[in-house]
Design a binder for this molecule. Structure first.
Ligand SMILES: N[C@@H](CCC(=O)N[C@@H](CS)C(=O)NCC(=O)O)C(=O)O
Length: 222
């Protein structure tokens, strides 16, 4: 049994989607980012970086894993699914996974911060992160214009990681206009039942709760 510590965020969705795709049984411990639960002593023992997501695999000596990319690899290796074993195919999946972890995630994350939460509107910062996110979307388009999925023509943990972020492009203020391959792939992956189930973990916030959470994020980042 796997225990998932998460919140309704792109990095959190990656793990709930993977757990659903892999039909692993799991329990959810929602973490309130607004109440800074992720910085509490008990949670830092699970993830020293004080962020969600993290898991504890109670079926493997209570082994804790943090960093969403590392969790995806751990779950894929545990089940032998969504990450090929052949050297080149595996490398292709890991290349696109790292592209998400080192590029799309940080750039869209900063676009969100400056576009949505920063107390001061700094046009240079907003444009810098939105432009860089759009550039990365165009890199994805180069692959998705001719391939059904991002790596090896097969659905993998790289699709899960990328979709979890790119699906939130409107929140980041980054357009997907003129990127038909990316749009096709967003719809294809977004239609998977496991993706829909995973994106509802933990259950979505009510509009009032969401407004409160945006206010707490603003305070946290001020
Ligand atoms: N590289 C980390 C990033 C995790 C991360 O930034 N999580 C955000 C939510 S998407 C978080 O916990 N934010 C709260 C905070 O920064 O304290 C991963 O991929 O797991």
């Amino acid at each position: 049994m796997i225990e998932l510590f998460t919140a309704a965020t792109p990095n959190g969705f990656k793990v709930s989607i993977a757990l659903e795709e892999l039909s692993l049984s799991y329990t959810v411990r929602p973490i309130s980012l607004g109440k800074l639960e992720q910085k509490e002593e008990w949670f830092l023992k699970i993830n020293p970086n004080g962020r969600v997501p993290a898991i504890i695999d109670h079926g493997n000596g209570d082994f804790a894993v943090f960093e969403s990319g590392a969790i995806l690899i751990y779950l894929a290796e545990k089940t032998g699914k969504l990450l090929p074993t052949e050297t080149r195919a595996r490398s292709r999946v890991l290349q696109w996974l790292m592209f998400q972890m080192g590029g799309i995630g940080p750039m869209m994350g900063q676009a969100n911060v400056f576009f949505r939460y920063a107390p001061e509107k700094i046009p240079y910062a907003i444009e810098r992160y939105q432009r860089e996110s759009r550039r990365l979307f165009e890199v994805l388009e180069g692959q998705l214009a001719n391939h059904p999925y991002i790596a090896n023509d097969e659905y993998s943990i790289a699709d899960i990681a990328l979709h979890s972020w790119v699906a939130g492009h409107e929140w980041s203020g980054v357009s997907i206009d003129g990127l038909p391959g990316l749009k096709r792939w967003l719809d294809l992956v977004g239609a998977r039942p496991a993706v829909q189930k995973g994106r509802a973990v933990p259950p979505p916030l009510s509009p009032e709760e969401r407004a409160k959470s945006v206010e707490s994020a603003k305070k946290m980042l001020a």
